[in-house]
Write a protein that binds this ligand. Structure first.
Ligand code: MIC
Ligand code: SF4
Length: 640
């Protein structure tokens, strides 16, 4: 059996392991971060369960770090107090980016992890089955519930050869993105095998697993082998190591072979992570900003390679170089061995160990800037500057380019880029705050920024409304619910956020949706890719969006829509997409009866144009219940 199915089998609660069928699995660990976590804990509280029932649940504060008003600090305080009360460990601001810290301190091979962040698969670098989900699904897992998903098919990415000097793990995942595109991983787990795996350290594997999220994959997983054991030993956690390997006769649904020796430095051009070219063919584009860090590329090994490149040199006068080490552990080690000073002397601006620039929480580049970044997403506007172009590169390419002022192939450097895995990392868990004992009466502090979340009504017999917006392929959750340093502070304030819903597509959308009293959205393929933010469903719910009719959906967003009682319908014949226009009056007649009867073909009437077309609504019995009740919270409440 392949590794993915071994872990799924060990955690299977319901269903059979047949690709495409719904299964439910037990969740050992959960992870939340602050930008999705506030909502997840509000939902957890609404479920009325006194204490989390997982083996381990950790809440990280790493996203909403700029405190330019009271809002973020209020959310932090809420998280600090709600986690204390309900049995969740809290990683304080300053301890690091959730995925980096979780890999260092908590990931365990063979276990399951559900996280309210789409890059939760990072822990797949250590042989864990780590899946990103909406906050509500994570809240259910914390309360002891299982997690339901479509049983994935498994793609074997067979690695051979060895990376050449100056070519990095980041280039491996950019190559996978080039081959498969941002929708190529939907419904699949990427399982890495082959002799090339041994040549990659755990942090390098984590970089690859992390950015597997950009393929739309359910997750990515590496075997837990001697490299994993060495990493865990250096973290003082060898006792948690379990060998996890695919069986010798493991089978896969498809295999992609990548010869690591044949790769060259790659770059994803604006505005999609699969818009990949070689650095060589892209040429010497002038750079205004270089940002190094994020959960993709901020490990000790990454940072040491950057420090080596920068040592004794000065950043190009026209470039602003920003470096955000991924965790306090990494920052501490750089400080201790002097590498931090090499970075500072070269002219780097060191920012706190947090998501920072990656989520537009500061460091927005200048108008029309070219910004080279080591993170995983270059979606339009995500940096906080709409006119800027974000280019995704490896740490080596970023550092080399910061010195030259233009996109530079790091293979041309004469620096020795070898960095050994340390015998011991500088670990210290004193910023992980342990929860209070069970049965405590700890107070939960709610500042004025914490607003109640919207709840859907039970599904009506017939739904009508206007097509409010028609969108192209690959609309991201950043389009649906933009977030930057100005909007992130309102993650627990849905009415405020609703004023910005879908504005990157159409500035007039929120006002029109409100005036019309809600309606429908028409979309192309892969609607809702990217971030797991549930706000991309909660805000449309608040605006009374009743359904989204698309060519196809991204996994997490589709689940978030259903969890919140919004219908995800797909065109049976894609050509019907062309027959809809904005303002067309739409009707889903007898929809309640159809959903209750498990009918999968739903006729959509276009009353304006006088035709009906067929759409597909595939819901498991569990999901039917949620849609009928008007969302998961309503369903849970009705069952209590
Ligand atoms: C992201 O990288 O887009 C985020 C911010 O980490 C999101 C979560 C969010 O929107 O808060 C994610 O990837 O899920
Ligand atoms: Fe944070 Fe960026 Fe990673 Fe999201 S992708 S968790 S914003 S560092």
């Amino acid at each position: 059996m392949n590794l993915t199915y071994q872990i799924l089998k060990n955690h299977l609660a319901e269903g059979t392991l047949t690709a495409g069928r719904e299964i439910s699995i037990r969740i050992d660990q959960t992870l939340t971060q602050d930008s999705t976590g506030t909502m997840a804990y509000l939902q957890f509280e609404a479920m009325g369960v006194p204490r989390v029932k997982t083996e381990l649940s950790v809440a990280y504060i790493d996203h909403n770090m700029l405190q330019a008003g009271f809002e973020n600090a209020d959310d932090h305080r809420y998280l600090e107090t709600v986690t204390k009360k309900h049995g969740v460990r809290l990683s304080k601001p300053g301890n690091g980016v959730c995925h980096q810290v979780h890999l260092e301190r908590f990931a365990v091979p063979g276990k399951t992890l559900l996280g309210s962040d789409s890059h939760t698969p990072t822990a797949g670098g250590l042989g864990m089955l780590a899946i990103g989900a909406g906050g509500l699904d994570v809240a259910v897992a914390m309360s002891g519930g299982t997690y339901s998903l479509l049983c994935p098919s498994v793609t074997n990415i067979k690695l051979t050869g060895t990376l050449s000097r100056g070519v990095a793990a980041k280039d491996v995942i950019l190559e996978v993105l080039r081959i498969l595109t941002v929708k190529g991983g939907v419904g699949k787990v990427m399982e890495y095998t082959g002799p090339g795996v041994k040549t990659l350290s755990v942090p390098e594997r984590a970089t690859i697993a992390n950015m597997g999220a950009e393929l739309g994959a359910t997750t990515s997983v590496f075997p837990a082998d001697e490299n994993a054991r060495a990493f865990m030993r250096a973290q003082g956690r060898e006792q948690d190591y379990v060998e996890m390997l695919p069986a010798a006769d493991a089978t896969y649904d498809e295999t992609i072979e990548i010869d690591l020796s044949s790769l060259t430095p790659l770059v994803a051009l604006p505005h999609m992570p699969d818009n990949v070219r070689t650095v060589e063919e892209t040429g010497e584009i002038k750079a205004d900003q270089v940002c190094i860090g994020s959960c993709t590329n901020s490990s000790y090994l990454d940072m040491m390679r950057v420090a080596k490149i920068l040592k004794g040199k000065t950043v190009h006068p026209d470039v602003s170089l920003v470096i955000a080490p991924g965790s306090r552990q990494v920052l501490g080690m750089l400080a201790k061995n002097g590498a931090l000073n090499d970075m500072i002397q070269a002219g780097a601006r060191i920012t706190e160990t947090a998501c920072g620039f990656c989520i537009g929480m500061g460091q927005s580049p200048r108008t029309n800037a070219v910004s080279l970044r080591t993170n995983n997403r270059n979606f339009f506007g995500r940096s906080g500057t709409k006119s800027a172009g974000i280019y995704l590169v490896s740490c080596e390419t970023a550092a080399a380019s910061a010195l030259s002022g233009v996109l530079t192939d790091p293979r041309a450097l004469d620096t020795d880029l070898t960095v050994d895995m340390p015998e011991t990392f500088l670990y210290n868990d004193n910023l992980i705050i342990m929860p209070a004992e069970a049965g405590n009466d700890a107070e939960v502090v709610r500042g004025p920024n914490i607003q109640p979340f919207p709840q859907a009504d039970a599904l009506a017999d017939t739904l009508t409304g206007k097509a409010l917006l028609k969108m192209e392929d690959n609309i991201t959750t950043n389009h649906i619910m933009p977030s930057d340093s100005k909007l992130l502070p309102f993650r627990s304030n849905i009415p405020k956020l609703s004023e910005y819903c879908l504005t990157p597509v159409d500035e007039t959308f929120p006002a029109r949706a409100k005036a019309a009293g809600g309606g429908f959205l028409i979309a192309g393929h892969n609607y809702g890719q990217g971030s797991s933010r549930e706000h991309a469903a909660l805000v449309p719910l608040y605006l009374k969006i009743r359904g989204v009719i698309a060519k196809s959906f991204a996994r997490i967003h589709k689940d978030n829509l259903i969890n919140n009682g919004i219908l995800p319908l797909t065109f049976k014949d894609e050509a019907d997409y062309d027959r809809f226009d904005v303002d067309d009056e739409i009707e889903l007649a007898d929809i309640r009866k159809l959903v209750a009867g498990g009918v999968t073909t739903v006729p959509v009437k276009n009353l304006t144009k006088g035709f009906a077309c067929e759409t597909e609504l595939v819901l498991s019995p569990r999901q039917q219940g949620m849609i009928l009740a008007g969302g998961l919270i309503n369903k849970i409440k009705s069952e209590q």
